[in-house]
Design a protein around this ligand. Structure first.
Ligand code: ADP
Length: 145
């Protein structure tokens, strides 16, 4: 049984995030999409709104679970019994950030991180750009599942 933890802010969950989960299901039995509930980080959508949106995307897909967590990702990964943490990489900027997180999470928990390269067609999608467009009343549906 291979369970992956896919942690993130998902504010909002985009087609890029959906693609990472879908591709991971080719080699993992289960993916837990875990919304980091970080009170210090102002978000556009509440945890409940984010959870509902992600649950809708994977409705009927029994191998994807949605959860919210507080505290350290490494602790939560152990708590849910994940064999590995799943993250996506769009660019060299992401790479440096993800390498650092992966190092820390493995040092804390012994759990490795699997990095999937973003699909080139989706690599320009970021939650922050989607939020910016929403704030200006633009149609963001092309970027969302
Ligand atoms: P965080 O605040 O933890 O970085 P995000 O919701 O921004 O949370 O991203 C969660 C993960 O999804 C990160 O590993 C990020 O690199 C990855 N990701 C974000 N957008 C994309 C995309 N368009 N394609 C592939 N991976 C992505």
């Amino acid at each position: 049984m291979h369970r992956l933890l896919f942690p993130g802010s998902f504010d909002p969950f985009t087609k890029g995030h959906q693609d990472i989960v879908s591709r991971a299901l080719a080699f993992a039995d289960e993916v837990v999409v875990a919304i980091g509930d970080n009170a210090a980080k102002g978000t556009l959508l509440s945890v409940d709104e984010r959870r509902e949106r992600i649950e809708r995307v994977f409705a009927g897909q029994g191998r994807v679970h949605v959860a919210a967590y507080q505290g350290l990702t490494a602790d939560y990964a152990r708590q849910v019994g994940a064999q590995a943490i799943l993250r996506g990489v769009r660019s060299t900027l992401d790479y440096e950030y993800e390498r650092n997180l992966a190092d820390i999470n493995r040092a804390l928990s012994g759990i490795d991180t699997i990095l999937l390269m973003a699909d080139p067609n989706l690599a320009s999608i970021s939650s922050s750009v989607v939020r910016e467009l929403m704030a200006h009343g633009k149609d963001v549906s092309p970027f969302l599942p």
